[in-house]
Design a protein around this ligand. Structure first.
Ligand code: PLP
Length: 387
């Protein structure tokens, strides 16, 4: 179905940060399939994991023990400081699990009509519950009635949360992105998550962090919340966890980890041997190749290089970033930059109408970063003088 307005290109193969189309033209991928291919394309370790596992076992069922699921579960919970994990097939499903968990947790404590605080400009997925949690009318329009039980507040606004808390008795959780991705690479104040943690502790709410875009090394830490030194109650992951195989995860700790029990949630494919083997390989490669440090290093470099190149340019209103999650905001809609970049052999994205979004692979090297800065700077300058 026509759910996507596709660009006029089809890719045939990839290697590292590069993609080749069906005419043999080469592209620098500064989007990674929207924060998915952190290890780049056709990574040898991922390929080997898929081939070996496919030769051994792809799928059994969650009716049985799954050794690879246990291995990845142990690795992820250990690194995240969490107790348990539920595996899904996508980010939206990971958030569905988190929403169900928060509601069940509330009902068990006698709260009849639980509500979850969510932010303006957030994005949490396209299922009915997650689009209802999403703070973008375009995502919701036409799908009413929306799922109830979400209370919306402005992002990065502690006062608004205090007001919501004072006005309502039934809030049980906050579901929020540590940095908003689709919303325009919105980076909150340094102490925002710390303050959210303190409010959740005071009120007995669960702090649920949607790290689907920010997780798996993207921001220069394994998880973005680690920049703040806080510990959430629930974390959702997907995208970069599988480097392209469909896997999502909902991790929880403490009482939140004990809420979902046999019969309360499930998934046929979720956590099958193939995707979990790949997820483990991705985690191990991120660590063995020090890709988190690389993301921090290259991210800092890109941020300062773009600030240097475009910071004083009229029409550029902000340049922000955290690791390899960067946004260049213009004073006008700039979606047409995407096909322009494509024709020069560069893959970028524009979100929130005016924000050029860059999510290059974590394996990005200096020469590729330089090429990205040079090509995009020219494109932006030309666009701003022409439009
Ligand atoms: C923060 C965040 N949450 C959830 C999702 C939904 O993930 P999926 O498309 O895998 O369902 C996305 C996807 O862009 C996302 O960026």
């Amino acid at each position: 179905m026509a759910t996507y307005k596709r660009l006029p290109v089809t890719f045939e193969r990839g290697e590292g940060v590069w993609l080749w189309d069906t005419d043999g033209k080469r592209y620098l991928d500064a989007l990674s399939g929207i924060a998915v291919c952190g290890l780049g394309h056709a990574h040898p370790a991922v390929r080997q994991a898929i081939c070996e596992q496919a030769g051994q076992l792809i799928h059994t069922s969650n009716l049985y023990g799954i050794a690879e699921q246990e291995r990845l579960g142990a690795l992820l919970t250990e690194r995240a400081g969490m107790d348990r994990v539920f595996f899904s097939n996508s980010g939206a499903e990971a958030n569905e699990a988190a929403i169900k968990l928060a509601r069940l947790h509330a009902h068990r404590r006698g709260i009849e009509n639980p509500a979850i605080l969510v932010a303006e400009h957030s994005f949490h997925g396209r299922t009915l519950a997650t689009l209802s949690a999403t703070g973008n009318r375009k995502v919701q329009a036409g799908f009413e009635p929306l799922v109830q039980g979400f209370v919306r507040v402005p992002y990065d606004d502690i006062e608004a949360i205090e007001t919501a808390s004072a006005n309502r008795q039934n809030i049980v959780a906050i579901l929020i992105e540590p940095i908003q991705g689709e919303g325009g690479i919105n980076i909150p104040a340094d102490d925002y998550l710390t303050k959210l943690r303190a409010i959740c502790d005071r009120e007995g709410w669960l702090l649920i962090l949607d790290e689907i875009q920010t997780g798996m090394g993207r921001t220069g830490k394994l998880f973005a919340h680690q920049h703040s030194g806080i510990q959430p109650d629930v974390i959702t992951l997907a995208k970069g966890l599988g480097n392209g195989v469909p896997i999502g995860a909902c991790l929880a700790r403490g009482p939140a980890a004990e809420v979902l029990t046999p019969g309360s949630h499930g998934s046929t494919f979720g956590g099958n041997p193939l995707v979990c083997r790949v997820g483990r390989t991705v985690m191990e490669t991120i660590e063995s190749d020090q890709l988190i440090d690389n993301a921090a290093l290259q991210g800092d470099y890109l941020l300062s290089a773009f600030q240097e190149a475009l910071g004083q340019t009229k029409g550029v209103t902000a340049i922000r970033g955290c690791g390899l999650m960067l946004g260049i905001e213009l004073d006008r809609p700039c979606a047409e930059l995407v096909p322009k970049a494509l024709s020069t052999g560069l893959l970028i994205n524009v979100t929130a109408e005016r924000v050029i979004r860059l999510l290059p692979p974590l394996i990005l090297q200096q020469a590729e970063a330089n090429q990205l800065v040079q090509t995009l700077t020219e494109l932006v300058r030309d666009f701003l003088t022409e439009s």
